[in-house]
Design a protein around this ligand. Structure first.
Ligand SMILES: Cc1ncc(COP(=O)(O)O)c(C=O)c1O
Length: 388
């Protein structure tokens, strides 16, 4: 079955993804079940998407109930579950972010934020950072600071400029009256889980205020509990003008969102933006269930406690550096991380790589427990001994 599935997928799909030689049929919490009958510990979370664990019963029940009532209708009518989703999301949003626009993916959320910044400031410039990843649509990719993804679409959207990550002086040098916004991942995940000093976030806020530009946080990976808080914002007391969200906000049902301040919301009018599937009832039902699970099952507290344990344990191993916050963790080895990824696969553990060849990324479900962390640590120790 595994071989046949692989053969069929490869025969009929563009070969754009490098895949594990695995056919996953089923998931439950932090475990994936493959067609060969084996189970795998999912420390990759389908690329940071599986926030509440695979097939959380409350998410499944919410989807089932909604599918029986109404699968889809567009934004031309009001809908009870969309109303609930918007209200619940704004209730958990950082103070000052008071309205939401629903889309379907991360790239689309960033596209929306860039376009709003341009339209509302009347300026064209955008500053983002080397190493930042913002999605594969034209605008989002033009703002992505990883050249191997960006170069093939040249010429990019004009007026997009890049600063080295965390270099406030460089941003100041690029800043002028034509800049509509500054876009950043508060923790650069794809680049190898890189944070910046507190002064950088604060300085970017000040520069935006000084020049009448909008600060946009791409919290597509850092949002919804991954850092151990609901959002990275308001860390260091910095509140951006817009926050983009996607990945696990609906526990794996495609959904993205843009949170904006009241000042922005007041200036957005009919027809400024639209998305057929944005705020669809199924995704909204999953979003509400996701927020409830995070809150009622203490997932933020779980991430904080388990991340502390994991990071403490990793610190005592022969590892170059452990980076990140909560369950957005980068482990930097003194050799190729792909060697560890491959060996961990042999121990039935899925992990992610990054754009830094030495950094292995862990983006597990927020439900991950200590016994599973111990299982991973044991495997890692064994691999280290074998490699040594
Ligand atoms: C930080 C960040 N922004 C944007 C995106 C793009 O999201 P999507 O693939 O849903 O378009 C990603 C995807 O990996 C991401 O990690």
């Amino acid at each position: 079955m595994t071989a046949l599935t692989i053969e069929i997928e490869d025969a009929y799909q563009l070969k754009t993804y490098k895949k594990f030689p695995l056919t996953i049929e089923r998931g439950q919490d932090v475990w994936l079940y493959a067609s060969d009958g084996k189970r795998y510990l999912d420390l990759y979370g389908g690329h940071a998407v599986v926030v509440t664990g695979h097939c959380h019963p409350r998410v499944v029940a919410a989807l089932r109930a909604q599918a029986e009532k109404l699968i889809f209708y567009s934004n031309t009518v009001y809908n009870d579950v969309r109303a609930q989703a918007a209200q619940r999301l704004i209730e958990v949003a950082p103070e000052g972010l008071t309205k939401v626009f629903f889309v379907n993916s991360g790239a689309e959320a960033n596209e929306t934020a860039i376009k709003l910044a341009r339209k509302l400031t009347g300026k064209a410039g955008l500053i983002s950072f080397e190493g930042g990843f913002h999605g594969r649509t034209y605008g989002a990719l033009s703002a992505t600071g990883i050249s191997k993804y960006r170069d093939p679409i040249e010429p990019r959207v004009p007026h997009h400029h890049f600063a080295p990550w965390g270099d406030l002086g460089a941003v100041r040098g690029l800043m002028n009256a034509e800049v509509a916004g500054i876009l950043l991942e508060p923790i650069q995940s794809m680049a190898g889980v890189r944070t910046a000093p507190a002064e950088c976030y604060q300085g970017l806020r000040q520069l935006c205020d000084e020049y009448g530009a909008m600060l946009i946080y791409d919290e597509i990976q850092t949002g919804f509990g991954r850092t151990g808080e609901f959002f990275f914002t308001p860390r260091y007391d910095v509140i951006p003008d817009m926050i983009t969200l996607a990945k696990g906000i609906a526990s794996g049902v495609p959904m993205g969102a843009v949170l904006v301040t009241e000042a922005i919301a007041e200036r957005v009018g009919f027809g400024d933006r639209g998305a057929t599937f944005g705020g669809g009832p199924l995704a909204c039902a999953a979003l509400v269930a996701t927020i409830e699970v995070i809150q009622e099952e203490g997932l933020l507290e779980n991430v904080q406690a388990q991340s502390r344990y994991l990071q403490d344990q990793l610190a005592s191993q022969d590892i170059e550096e452990v980076r990140g916050l909560g369950f957005l963790i980068g482990i930097r080895f003194n050799c190729e991380a792909s060697v560890y990824q491959q060996r961990l696969m042999e121990h039935k553990i899925l992990t992610g790589l990054s754009d830094d060849p030495r950094v292995l990324r862990l983006l597990p479900p927020l439900t991950l427990q200590r016994r599973e962390i111990d299982y991973f640590l044991e495997a890692l120790s064994k691999i280290e001994r074998e490699i040594a």
